[in-house]
Write a protein that binds this ligand. Sequence first.
Ligand code: PLP
Length: 456
Amino acid sequence: MSASLRLPDDPENLAQDALDYCVFPMFPRSGRTADSVQVYTHGEGVELHDLQGRTYLDMISAHTRANTLGYGNQEIARAVGDQLATLHYVGTRNNFSAPTIRLATRLAQLAPGALSKSMFVSGGSEAVETAFKLARQYHRSRGAKPHARKIISRWNAYHGSTMGAIGATDWLNLRHIAEPAVPGHSFVPGPTCYRNPFGMEDEAYTDLCVRQLEQQILHEGPDYVAAFIGEPIMQANGVQIPPADYWPRVREICRKYEVLLIADEVITGFGRTGDWFASNHFGLVPDIMTMAKAMTAGYAPMGAVMTTPAIIDAPENFLHLHTFSGHLGSVAAANASIAIYEREQLIVRAKETGAWFLEALKAELEPLPIVGQVRGIGMWLAVDLTRDKATKAPFTDDTVTAVVRRMRELGVIVSPIGTAFELAPPLIAPHDALERTVRVAAQALGDVARARNLPC
Ligand SMILES: Cc1ncc(COP(=O)(O)O)c(C=O)c1O
């Protein structure tokens, strides 16, 4: 160790040590000052405490939308600890333990349609990689479309940071820096709420999106297209809820051209939208489904891919594995989280509380001149800002970020997401926390508008 190297356990120096020794993924160097380092010490429920003794209401579920059950859940912590002390890990392939088999069995009961086979992985990107490799191996083995390798995704989609997943990703400027990525990916528009690139009505734009998907399959050559992937409700620019006919029509087109439909439920799964899976809102039964995040409420890293016996058994041998697939600490966290969702009826509660929260935010914020639309489903909501209600023009400067920053100063954590700011509270969030969030959002919007000479 060099003489100037401090051990990074001195509270006084933690921020500087973070700057010296930690990588800040997707956080620009110009913004990395000691003040920008957020060091948290502990949390309970929806409250998060930082090193300076400040307390925040966490309305974005640990910055990643994963922390659905709040901080300090002793039941999950104990389940993980007990499992690690009993049997922490047995590897992968044909090596299982009872909790892993129980988790797969429970997921088969919860998932839509004939999705009954689970492969466990360590997170969302791995789940997406697994789904793509499965789609390709399925077609190759089944024989009807042995050259089907291509993946079609959607504008603004986010499917993860690994190379395959980035191939299907079009959000956060990740794609261009990674190109040339895995070949064979292309993109079609997906339905959006409030505004779209052509200024069309939502229904007409959705129709265009569906027809464009069919055209793209024909353009790529149906024999070469393995799968279409989409988030049932897209996150980009804030909770894009498609009209009711979008997914049924997409399902039909995929079936017609024998293109596997992958529903990416990494962010929407396990109650976030007021149902176990967002696919259920649209009667969508995908061929492959990916999940992660709330699967363990963030208490351990985990993801999964689910599919049907017909798809997974098409290849004689599915050639794909990860060392920590089904790590038993994560399995214990998932089993405990699912037990809590069920016992506390949190999926229903997310639907009901979310509906109340949406109405409260709409009533308070939509009349404000810089708020274009408040939308949401379950405990997933977005406040889409505009500099002109007549044209729906988005802010192209840092106004959205400024509102999020002001809310944080006022003690509430939310996240910018393009043209909107996003709220994804833990499903356990009590009413008084949500009420305070509504008040703080209104105050922050007013403060920022006044400071920038915007109408307020
Ligand atoms: C829809 C979707 N898919 C995939 C991912 C990637 O998951 P992970 O960050 O766990 O790799 C994310 C992450 O936010 C996501 O929202």
